[in-house]
Design a protein around this ligand. Structure first.
Ligand SMILES: C[S@@+](CC[C@H](N)C(=O)[O-])C[C@H]1O[C@@H](n2cnc3c(N)ncnc32)[C@H](O)[C@@H]1O
Length: 338
């Protein structure tokens, strides 16, 4: 009995360790654009190394490790080709997964994970300790990383938009405001579903300016306005506010401050839809627990249970009227002003 449990425990721990090794391996494949290169033609490690000015032996080992788990395929002549997984990792794949891998498994976030022990002892955001600035200041100083981050956020919408929009009826509204809406990926889908509605994508000025190219020729473009600003100061008025992955970037006081800014702008019949994970009250399985640690490390924010969401909302002058779980990791918490 015990030895079976030991074997399960060992397998779990070994898989976790190997998963950790695989993360940066996948990241480097994306950074070197190996999937984009292999889309053109199959290639051996030697020729890829020459083309990319990389070390032949190291690159072969990266390719083999990733082929061993199905990311690439190695044929009988030792040529590597893409699989359905690496096809998704091409830079121009509409899923945006390459940029999500780039943001999540390496880049600016990687040094922060190495400081998790110190962060837990100090109760401070590891990213801020690693870089001396918070994630928003960092992205402001590194526009190339900001664009990769924004596309990564689009990937989190693409992967979940159907589940979210099918699970929740957003009801009657005329003007939706997507707070921190980045590339307008979510509000774009919403406007497609509600053809008489109009929308505003609201984000930091540089982010909305850079994001316009992603939706300016879409079918809904004439019904969408881009507004730059600061959600701690003022937001445009609308009768539906979307907040997807916004409050989880912040500690409670800041999250309440954002909601209070919205409370000042929202009409009495307006609604707020928070699209985030809703953690279970017990410690049962939910992908949100992992995301909670990622927020602790990278933004200093957190995932929340329904009672925690409700407390933030009521402090800011709202009441929860519905919480709709979706087949994705996110739920939709709908609230109205009181
Ligand atoms: C985690 S991302 C979520 C993006 C988008 N809602 C999505 O899910 O794809 C957070 C967004 O909040 C924006 N943001 C951060 N601070 C802001 C502020 N003070 N005012 C307006 N937007 C802000 C960021 O630029 C970023 O686009």
């Amino acid at each position: 009995m015990n030895s079976r449990h030991d074997a399960d425990a060992t397998a779990f721990l070994m898989n976790t360790i190997m998963g950790f090794w695989l993360g940066p391996t996948l990241w480097v494949a994306v950074r070197l654009k190996l999937p984009d290169r292999l889309r053109q033609s199959p290639a051996r490690a030697e020729s890829l190394a020459e083309e990319l000015s990389a070390n032949r032996d190291y690159l072969r080992r990266i390719l083999n490790a990733l082929a061993s788990v199905g990311v690439f395929h190695r044929d009988e002549e030792d040529r590597f080709t893409n699989t359905s997984i690496s096809e998704m990792l091409c830079q121009d794949h509409p899923s945006g997964i390459a940029q999500l891998v780039d943001t999540s498994l390496g880049g600016q976030n990687y040094p922060a994970w190495a400081l998790l022990e110190e962060a837990v002892k100090r109760g401070e955001c590891a990213f801020d300790i690693a870089h001396g600035v918070n994630w928003i200041e960092y992205l402001d100083q590194h526009p190339e990383r900001r664009e990769i981050f924004a596309t990564a956020m689009t990937a989190t919408t693409r992967a979940t938009e159907k589940a979210v929009l099918n699970a929740h009826d957003f009801g009657q509204f005329e003007l939706a405001v997507d707070i921190g809406g980045s590339h307008a990926s979510l509000i774009g889908r919403l406007l497609e579903r509600y053809p008489s509605a109009r929308g505003i994508v609201f984000d930091l000025p540089d982010t909305v300016a850079a994001g316009r190219i992603h939706w300016q020729s879409a079918s809904f473009a004439d019904r969408l306005e881009a507004v730059g600003g600061d959600f701690f100061k003022a937001v445009p008025t609308g009768d539906l506010y979307l907040l997807k992955l916004i409050l989880h970037d912040w500690q409670d006081d800041d999250a309440i401050a954002i909601l209070k800014t919205i409370r000042k702008a929202i009409p009495s019949h307006g609604r707020v839809a928070i699209i985030e994970t809703v953690l279970p009250d017990d410690a049962s399985g939910h992908l949100g627990w992992g995301l909670d640690i990622a927020m602790m490390v990278t933004t200093g924010g957190k995932e929340r249970s329904l009672s925690e969401h409700s407390r933030l909302l009521s402090t800011a002058g709202f009441e929860v009227i519905r919480c709709a779980p979706t087949p994705s990791m996110y739920s939709v918490v709908e609230a109205r002003p009181v």
